[in-house]
Design a binder for this molecule. Structure first.
Ligand code: ATP
Ligand code: MG
Length: 173
């Protein structure tokens, strides 16, 4: 799976809609402090189904919505869409959160659940926790990780993390 395009609107510091084309190969994000590099990585994790506000450096789910500045009013929603090239062709995933209304996902224009989106990426070894998304401090975290954590990283990379999700669900049922 390859990410081809990311579109953001109202997500953290990305107030106005912006579209980024991601070329094949290794992509680095550079820029001055506070320009939104980490926010961009978080947007990609978020649209892939990340549910933990902590890993998105926020207190609550709605903290991803542009909160306003002294010169700009806050937004009512945040939306991120991601176009991915997969073995089954191009797939477009959209996640949108509105104040007071929670977040919703669409896959190729159809309403889907968080689980559907998370499994799509887990099976393709590119989920929200994928080693393919290297954010600040991640290199040091690999070195310091406990063996069980490191195994988790390898399983993500191998694309078998989705099997664990399905097993846990089967055990609950
Ligand atoms: P560094 O090089 O220091 O790591 P960075 O490029 O990674 O910087 P980010 O952490 O992505 O920068 O962006 C930080 C900016 O995003 C801050 O100015 C912060 O105020 C802004 N920001 C984060 N969340 C929101 C939000 N919900 N609404 C408005 N602005 C936000
Ligand atoms: Mg940063």
């Amino acid at each position: 799976m390859r990410i081809k395009k990311v579109r953001l609107a109202g997500f953290k510091s990305f107030v106005e809609p912006v579209e980024l084309l991601i070329e094949p190969g290794l992509t680095g994000v550079v820029g001055p402090n506070g320009c939104g590099k980490s926010n961009l990585l978080e947007a990609i994790r978020w649209v892939m189904g990340e549910g933990s506000p902590k890993s998105l450096r926020g207190g609550g789910m709605e903290d991803v919505i542009f909160a306003g500045t002294s010169t700009r009013p806050a937004r009512d929603f945040a939306e991120v869409s991601l176009l991915a090239e997969t073995a089954d062709g191009e797939q477009e995933v959209v996640r949108r959160i509105e104040r007071g209304a929670g977040s919703a996902y669409r896959l190729n224009g159809r309403d889907v659940r968080q689980r559907d989106v998370a499994l799509l990426f887990a099976d393709a070894a590119t989920g929200a926790h994928s080693p393919a998304l290297v954010s600040q401090g991640r290199i040091a975290a690999v070195i310091a990780a406990k063996p069980t954590e490191r195994r988790q990283m390898l399983e993500e990379a191998a694309g078998i993390a989705g099997l664990h999700v399905r097993r846990r669900e089967a055990e609950i049922k």
